[in-house]
Structure formats: C-alpha cells, structure tokens
Design a protein around this ligand. Sequence first.
Ligand SMILES: Cc1cc2nc3c(=O)[nH]c(=O)nc-3n(C[C@H](O)[C@H](O)[C@H](O)COP(=O)(O)OP(=O)(O)OC[C@H]3O[C@@H](n4cnc5c(N)ncnc54)[C@H](O)[C@@H]3O)c2cc1C
Length: 500
Amino acid sequence: MSFGPDCFTPMSRLAGTCYYEGIMISQTAISHLVEKLGRSNVLHEKEDLLTLAFDATPGLNLLPDVVVYPTTTDHVLTAMGIAHREGLPLVPRGSGTGLSGGSVPAKGGMVLAMTRMNRILEIDEANLTATAETGVITLDLFNAVAEKGLFYPPDPGSQKISTLGGNVMEDAGGLRGLKYGVTRDYVMALKCVLPDGSIITTGGKSVKDVAGYSFKDLLVGSEGTLGIITEVTVKLIPPPQDKRTFLAYFDDIRVAGEAVSKIIAAKIIPSTMEIMDRATINCVEDYVKIGLPRQMAALLLIEVDGHPAMVAEDAEGVQKILKQVKATEVHVAKDADEAASLAAARRTALSALARVSPTTLLEDATVPRSRLAETFAEIGRLTEKYKLKVGTFGHAGDGNLHPTVLCDERDLDEMERAHAFYDELYEKVLAWGGTVSGEHGIGLAKKEYLARQIGEGGVRVMKRIKHAFDPEGILNPGKIFEDEDLSTRSYKEDGSRVSP
Ligand SMILES: Cc1cc2nc3c(=O)[nH]c(=O)nc-3n(C[C@H](O)[C@H](O)[C@H](O)COP(=O)(O)OP(=O)(O)OC[C@H]3O[C@@H](n4cnc5c(N)ncnc54)[C@H](O)[C@@H]3O)c2cc1C
C-alpha cells in the first residue's frame, strides 16, 4: 500500500500551528480511526490528550489532536493515511521518557503511541538475534533473552519503562555502554513505514551486509523524523561469566574524573563506570536509603565483567589506579545482590534529583574522556558563577555527564541563569571536541546547540536527508532543526550551488 501524492491534503496547517488553535481533526476521521483501530485504541477527549502532551523534558507541553495506539503495522499505515488526508503531523511515541522533547507533538497532530505493539516475535538462538515489535519495554527484552542464556546489553537508566523503538530512535546508551556500546551497535534490522506509506525492511540477520546505503544506520538516532519503525531485530551476545563491582568515594570530584581517565588510559574497559556528585549522592540517599556517605564529593560505581581470569586482572588494575589517585575509600560489593542494588540506586539518580525542586533541567554534555577532570572543574566554576543548585551524574566512562540544574521555572531570573550556565558550559564542551548530546538527542530542546556544533552546512545536509524521506514534512515536524522548504536551497537560480 502506498499513499500517492494525490491523496495528500496540502500541509499548510503545519506552519506554526499548535494546539492553542484548537482541535483540528474531523469527526469523520475520528470515526474512521475508531472503525479501523478499535475504540480503545483511539483517544480524542482533551482529558486523555493531556496525558500525552509531554515527555520527560521539563517545560515542553503541547496537546495533540488525537492519539492512536496501533497494534499492527497495518494500523500504522491506516493511521498514516488518515493523518495525510487530514493534513495532520504524525508524531511517533514510545513511553515518553525522552529527555529532549522528541515525542512532544510540537505542532499538534496525531500521536502514534507504539506501546501496544509489544510482542517479542522471535529469539533466534542459532543466529543470536531477537526480533520484537518496537513497543516492547527494554527490560522485558533483556529478561526474555536472559532466560535463554543470552544477553542484550543496552540498558538506559529508564529501561524499566522505555521502549525499544524509543531506544533505537534516540540511539540510547546506558550504564553498560562503556564496554558494550549503545543501541546502534545491536540493531541488525528495522521494519519501517515511510511517510509515503511504503514499508521497507532494512538490514537482516546476516552479520555482514554492505548492499547499498545503510538505511538502518540512518534511521537509528533519527528521532522519529524519517519513518515509523514497527519491528527491530537486535544482536544478542553471550552474557559475561563473572563480574566485580566497586564503589569508590572521593573528597574531590576532579580526582574522580582523573581516575576515570587513568583507568581508560591503562587500557582497562570496565562494563560500567558511573559517577554521582555530592548533591546527587544526597538526593539518591534520601530516596533509596542504602547508606551512601553524604559527605563525599563524588562516587564512582565501577563494574568489570567477562571471563573470570580477565575480571580478576581488571579488578586488580582498577584498584591499583584508585589507590594511585588516592580515592578516599573503596568498597567492593560482597555479592550479586549488593551489586544489583548499587546499580539500581544509580538508576534512580534523575528521579531522586527531580524530587527536590519543581523543575529539573538536565543536560547531556559529552567530552573526550581525557577532559573529564576539567569538565567537573568547569561545572563547579559555573555553578558558583551563576549561583545555582546543580547535581551532576552520568556515564563517566563514556565522558557523558548530566549536569542537572535544580530550579523553579516560575523564577525567571533563575531560569535565565540556568540557560547562561549551559550556554557557557557547551562553549567549553565544544571547544574540547565534545558533543551537545551523548544520548538524549536534539528533539525540540537542543536545536540551537546542534547548529553550534555542526554548523549551518551540517544542518543543511540533515534537512536534505529529511526532505528525501519526508518531502511533505508530515513526520514529527519541528524536531532536530526548524522545518523549511528545501526545494530551492541547494542551487541558486543560475544553477550554481549555494555554498555550504
Ligand atoms: C529516569 C530516566 C533515565 C534515563 N536514562 C537514560 C540513559 O541512561 N540513556 C539514554 O540514552 N537515555 C536515557 N533516558 C532517556 C530516554 O529514556 C531514552 O531516550 C529512551 O530511549 C526513550 O524511549 P521512549 O520509549 O520513552 O521513547 P519516547 O521518549 O517516547 O520517544 C523518543 C523518540 O523516539 C521516537 N520514536 C519512539 N518510538 C518510535 C517508533 N516506533 N518509530 C519511530 N520513532 C519513534 C519519538 O518520536 C521520539 O523522537 C532516561 C530517561 C529517564 C526519564
């Protein structure tokens, strides 16, 4: 099935339209959706729509016109056809745990909530792959493959609630990213509905595949702007046979940063190397009460895993470096339960910080790992300069930090200071060769920062890719960059190229 251009209503309503102008979908379209998808899979009352107006990013809250829950790829196609006919933007959504506004309906329209496409379709033990619908919860896939003695490593802090689709579209990282990589490293194939109504499957179970452009790699991290993915095939690996978990405490957070750089420079790659500063330690301790020492400036949660001989060697190497840099205290988890509860405590960091102030502004600054100590020093300097309350935690081993300003969006002066804090921090991060997003994506929240990182030329290339997939601009408009008509952007009237 394909929606030719003839059945499209011009998308004039897209430009600058948002929910304040009122619900735009016709009663006929709603009836059609209900008939095709079932009453319980279509929401259109304002009270229901309110619950899907935001994701986990503070300050972004825009009402959709209608929300549909497809349960099959055919439902996705039907919904897409109706969105086209009604001239409605189409906004794919997983669990809405995104931290850059990716699934917020920036221009209203139809939200396609994928959480009811949640079947694990196959665990292929011969090829070490799993195929699942994209609404499957990350941890559910992990548990299902673990039952077969296999391992799916990507584990975002949100794994109990995030979906595979959201993970793929944000290229989510996690606590194990340092050694095992991010979601992209495990995606082997995607089934995708394109904005013109065609369905492609890109990739497969072959471990090698260089047949033409790798659409799969283009789709990963595309934040729902190029296609709706309905199925994903991921690579599985054997689980590590052994692991050892440490908590190292520090009086000075810069020393923790130094420890991370030194461990990496010693060619030891732990599976996990997570950091929490004092503010985060205290919020987490208030929340989970596991006896974290409140007076410490920072802690590192370090886990080494693999073959027992390798684990023993790496553990010794890590301990040696922690001693060298004079970590204040090192605690070794006594068993797997304690190790799991320490990792679980780290996973609560954002929720724990979010309890203490009305607004939690979280960023995703990522630097080369050799720059970690300087980055902590810079965060400290800026915290004082702008008189803010900041808690920093993150995937230190990946150089990926989440400096989180605890503030109140009603205090305009404080919000201005918070934005100045991030502006100045990102200036340094970019000067050090870092990135404005290690894992949360650009979405609505970071469009300006993206242009700073990759320049106008880089943004223009991305817009052309978007235009090639989605010339009508129906899919998740307003994300990553401002929408614009690209048809005349690359060449001037005389045929010469617009310089990048
Ligand atoms: C407490 C907490 C901890 C977190 N920890 C981490 C972490 O450690 N690492 C990390 O990387 N992120 C983390 N995140 C951010 C977030 O969980 C991830 O970005 C996650 O991948 C989003 O998944 P989701 O299902 O909630 O997707 P959503 O937020 O609903 O959507 C994310 C993006 O994907 C698109 N999308 C969703 N499904 C589809 C689909 N089927 N087809 C096309 N597009 C789709 C949406 O349009 C949107 O652009 C955390 C968030 C929270 C709240």
